[in-house]
Ligand binder design. Structure first.
Ligand SMILES: Nc1ncnc2c1ncn2[C@@H]1O[C@H](COP(=O)(O)OP(=O)(O)OP(=O)(O)O)[C@@H](O)[C@H]1O
Length: 261
């Protein structure tokens, strides 16, 4: 079992100096009412990479994301390039788990996407034509512009996920965090979302995704962070998805791909 944090990104694995990471997590510990959820996590995230955070139920995946975003009290350090979380806030977009969103809230698809423009506009100010254009382009990118006036409660799971991704795109963020975006979504939505992730990383953006599934979706990721309260492994997909690492993370309860053949 590997417990040390590896530098994420191929160049570093080859021993070549890698670029400055976008985020560095150093010795991160999180407890809920005295019960440790994460212990001594060290890992890094590079720009232009699609990184998956994987591990069994209760492994601490959401906890890691929330602690990095300052949404939970944590011990340890999270370094943001040359700045801090505060100086990077306008560069971040976070899409929470669908199950954590109140879908009965009476807003339309358009309202949700325009929320992505609030920070750039300022509270209680009118949205500019340019903001509306950015929001519409974001909706088009996820193929939801025809449903812009629909209440979010009347969308399918896949459509809801696409609307929240459109909101994140409308923010014009540099670093994207998504918590389980593929749960309960159709194949069409999955393809659209991975297509957008590819465009984002190709333009140098950082995309960090909690992913439950060890099946077909895993092959889309460049890098993986495998957790089970502690860091089991981190690095390129190929280096992390070893039989040894998966057995360590899932307590032997996982079927390795080649076992199924
Ligand atoms: N608010 C909370 N209060 C107390 N314990 C919590 C709280 N949130 C999470 N936990 C516990 O912390 C541990 C990690 O939870 P977390 O949600 O981060 O795991 P996860 O890997 O994202 O799980 P899942 O895949 O099931 O969503 C779990 O044991 C969970 O029960």
């Amino acid at each position: 079992m590997t417990t040390a944090g590896y530098r994420i990104g191929e160049s570093s694995l080859l021993g070549v100096d890698s670029p400055q990471p976008v985020i560095q997590v150093k010795n991160l510990n999180v407890s809920y009412r005295g019960v440790e959820a994460l212990q001594g996590i060290n890992c890094e995230f590079q720009a232009g990479r699609l990184t998956g955070i994987i591990g069994p139920n209760g492994a601490g995946k959401s906890t890691l994301l929330k602690a990095m975003l300052g949404l939970l009290p944590a011990k340890g350090k999270v370094k943001w390039g040359n700045g801090s979380l505060a100086t990077n806030r306008s560069r971040l977009a976070y899409v929470p788990q669908r199950s954590k969103i109140d879908w009965d809230y009476p807003v339309t698809v358009w309202d949700v996407v325009m929320m992505g423009r609030v920070k750039a506009t300022g509270w209680l100010r009118r949205f500019s034509a340019s903001s509306r254009h950015i929001a519409l382009e974001s909706l088009k990118r996820v193929g939801m512009e025809k449903l812009r006036d629909r209440a979010i409660s009347q969308l399918s799971g896949g459509q809801q996920q696409r609307v929240f991704l459109a909101r994140a795109l409308a923010q014009q963020a540099e670093i994207f965090f998504l918590d389980e975006p593929f749960v309960g979504v159709d194949q069409k939505t999955q393809n659209i979302i991975f297509g957008i992730f590819r465009e984002l990383t190709a333009s140098g953006k950082t995309v960090i995704v909690i992913n439950h599934d060890l099946g077909a979706t895993i092959t889309h990721f460049d890098d993986l962070i495998l957790l089970n309260k502690e860091l089991i492994a981190a690095g390129t997909r190929e280096t992390v998805l070893t039989k040894e690492n998966l057995y360590a993370a899932y307590d032997g309860q996982v079927m390795f791909f080649s076992d199924a053949a």
